[in-house]
Design a protein around this ligand. Sequence first.
Ligand code: KPL
Length: 320
Amino acid sequence: MVIDVVGAGSLGLLYGGKLQAAGNAVRLWTRTSEQAEELRLHGLTITEQGEKTKLLPEYVEAYPISELSAHWHHQPGDWLFLMVKQTSIDDVIHNMDTMKEYILNIVCFQNGMGHIEKLQAALPLSRVYRAVTTEGAKRAENGVIRAGEGQTWFGRDVRTRAIEEDTTANLQDLSLQARLQQAGFNCTASNQIDKLIYRKLLINAVINPLTAIWRIPNGELLQNDYRVKVMRHLYDEAVAIYKANEIMLDIDMWEEILSVCRSTASNTSSMLADVVQGRRTEVESISGQMVRMAHRCGLTAPQHELMLYLIEGIRPEGVS
Ligand code: KPL
């Protein structure tokens, strides 16, 4: 099975590396030619609970994303894991411009919302899946360190499944699930992925902007009553927005958010990491999405709007 992993950040390297180590043919697609060359030159090491798995350079296929479509025309892949940030989706779509005629199986791992519609419009024949994962990994020299074992769910959303409900697609889902499990991931093909995506959106909308504004790891949100109060305001506003949009989450999400803060206590949220590195954040597709969902139902979302503006207002202009 040929698996293309687009985006060689920490999660991309973790998935790509483990899938390759389990015997799949993985092609890693990087933002720059230099990163691809580094991978081809030094190979890739995955560290899990102190144990190292080293993929020697001759087993690592890595290329810049600009070469994706040319390779694909020559040798199509079976699955494409899209592991770049929301903020890079437009660039990826641009690089896939000549792949419109193909049926690709694309699994999207992005936080937030809005990208699926863009991808489906750009690649109308393709099957686009959403994935939610609690896997975490950190970059290390020539590789990644896995931060404990997470859970991964993937599936197509209700609208897409309604258009194309065939058994081949279901068998395909099960085969990907098996591949990921063989590679050492706790993975489930889910027919409730929409619900999981909305749950994740709510978690990200409460945790990410606040950690980025206060510059604290996730766990420290719970160390001060004022912080918890602001979290609760964001949460209550989001629940009202979901209710107005008839989105049911079925579980107590407040408890879930507190539990994510505890279980990822020492983590730097992805938004804080972006702010610290001076990169564009995903706030538009997280807090911005909440605001749009509110407006769609004639509501306002002042708390989430404030998060959007505060984060977008951080620009790395400097003070010189
Ligand atoms: O998904 C996350 C992120 O940082 O984007 C959370 C759940 C907040 C974990 O850090």
